[in-house]
Write a protein that binds this ligand. Sequence first.
Ligand code: SAM
Length: 291
Amino acid sequence: MAAETASAAARHGLSHQEVWIGRTGLSFGVERVLFQERSPYQEVAVLQTDAFGRLLTLDGVVMLTEHDEFVYHEMIAHPALAARGDAKRVLIIGGGDGGTAREVLRHGSVETLDLVEIDGLVVEAAKRFFPHLSSSFADPRLKLHLADGVAFVRDAPPETYDLIIVDSTDPIGIAEGLFTRDFYTDCVAALHHRGLLVVQSESPFDPTQAHVVREVRRLFEALLPCARTYLACIPTYPLGLWSFTVGAKTPMTLEEPAAAPPFAHELRYYTPAVHRAAFALPAFVTHLLES
Ligand code: SAM
């Protein structure tokens, strides 16, 4: 597939950006490099692609495209918020592009949102090139902290948040600590007794990362009385099918929205029916979780 796309891109006079898993690649036709800079943490790049609009990469890994970002951002935010119904105090770890914050702030119940991003350059790039995501930074309920999420949560006062969302990069380098038992233990301590924790937990199709889906679920089960895995289809994340893990400090039904969100007509992926369906796991994912 990568080779075919590369030659098609060359025919149209485009260069291309490739993302590899083993020797399997996903390739984007690139019209222009809009931004490329190295921060102390990673290389941040914004590329104009031919088919997916603007593409944000960190160290060459796809973070989002304009064309399909709505899937990830709606699905990391709305299932937990809709299941709980009345979350007031929310914390996002990572998420420096502002997309998850945009979705969280649609909920009228949310009074304060702390967003903890380690890399100010991601926020800067999002403000310049992805205004439909980063407009969330102008909301007075949002407070941006440029800090390491691991330390922030370790130091957070207990029983503070109704919802913590971990919108992180893959579990390597700066994000490695966001996938550990210690970090999740600190998250649980920072949650209100009816609080929820939701994290992006990688792709069950990716042979190099599928174990993360299982390990995150096991850690949630060890630390929280109720934990579930759910899925969404994200075309530009390698291998397409993405997992999220959600848990609650008090047993509750996570698979069912308390009510349809009043802004449902503004959404492009999440619906109450999609919420329920996302928790129905294909057999191979159930086997992965049980293995
Ligand atoms: N949707 C993306 C994905 O799964 O590919 C992730 C979004 S990206 C904006 C995640 C953000 O997490 C990055 O901007 C990165 O800088 C940030 N991040 C990584 N490790 C972090 C840490 N330890 N503390 C806070 N933010 C972190």
